[in-house]
Write a protein that binds this ligand. Sequence first.
Ligand code: NAP
Length: 331
Amino acid sequence: MRVMQFDSYGGPEVLVAADVALPQPGPGQVRIRAEAISVGYAQTQMRRDVFPAPMWRPVFPVVLGGDVVGRITGVGDDVTGVCVGDRVGAFTLYGAYAEEVVVDAATLVPVPESLDAAEAAVLPGTGLIAGGVLRTALLRKGDAVLVHAAAGGIGHLAVQLAKAAGASLVVATAGSASKRDFALSLGADVAVDYTRADWAAEVRSATGGRGVDVVLESIGGDVVEQGLDLLAPGGRLVFFGSSAAELAVPTVPLMKLIGLRYVTGFALSAWRGGRPDEYREVLDELTSRLLDGRLRSSVHARLPLTAAARAHELVESRAHPGRVVLVPGLD
Ligand SMILES: NC(=O)c1ccc[n+]([C@@H]2O[C@H](COP(=O)([O-])OP(=O)(O)OC[C@H]3O[C@@H](n4cnc5c(N)ncnc54)[C@H](OP(=O)(O)O)[C@@H]3O)[C@@H](O)[C@H]2O)c1
């Protein structure tokens, strides 16, 4: 089968096609034939070797991971509840840029037949992260929420889910006018250019000077401390990524927490294992909202699997709103 892999770190061009043996599912695993593979920003960081979680450094040759939606083509021993032909999704750290991928059956999510594969490719990871960070932030009705990178894969879903959960004010940040317009079109109340030096003052002014109750932080650098300063008493900042890989992941200035501010982190795997009931609730909500159109999963580009390098160029250009998706059927 065809995979897109790399055996040295570098630019998008290191991603090249290779033919490898079909992987066989072991105990507790299934194999999925991919209909759609969503390309996240973190994978471009892994390819450049600037991913902020060094414990997940890959072993060459690397086939990157991501959200996959497709059909089960093989079932290993000790797997119950799914069978060959089922339409499912999985979020993998590695192995997804491929026609077929082996994943742990325990991480599978069901994908309704009526959903478009590229749009449904938010279900296994991207959407769960958006919903999971909002749950972790203990979002309450009436809260003011700051969503960074609000036109991004996770951000554009977080904007919609925050509004749906009753946020009274969603402030979206994004680096270009078209992305800010996109965030507003999804329900954000205010859109701010966080590349401007005075962006935090603009956010504070949008809250009438009070500050925000929740910050969804995935940028890193100075933006973290500025976000912390923006928290109203009782406010919560959830750290779940560090897209500004050129900057060090900041530490938490503890003195700032004395103002009754809370900081926590989020990783999908930790949340799925630690709060399984919440995980299932969010998955059900996402599925239902996608099915009846209350959640818009925006696909900026659908590219063949063999165009993985182009997909990385697009994601790194930061020009696109929504997601870039690989569709092996287009090859
Ligand atoms: N915790 C978890 O379980 C988990 C899992 C997957 C991903 N993540 C993290 O979630 C975050 C969002 O992922 P995504 O795939 O949805 O990405 P994305 O938001 O589609 O893309 C990242 C965005 O970050 C913004 N950004 C701001 N400063 C940047 C900088 N210095 N360099 C690059 N980008 C910058 C850019 O938007 P603007 O152009 O608008 O500035 C860029 O488009 C990433 O940090 C990722 O690592 C976390």
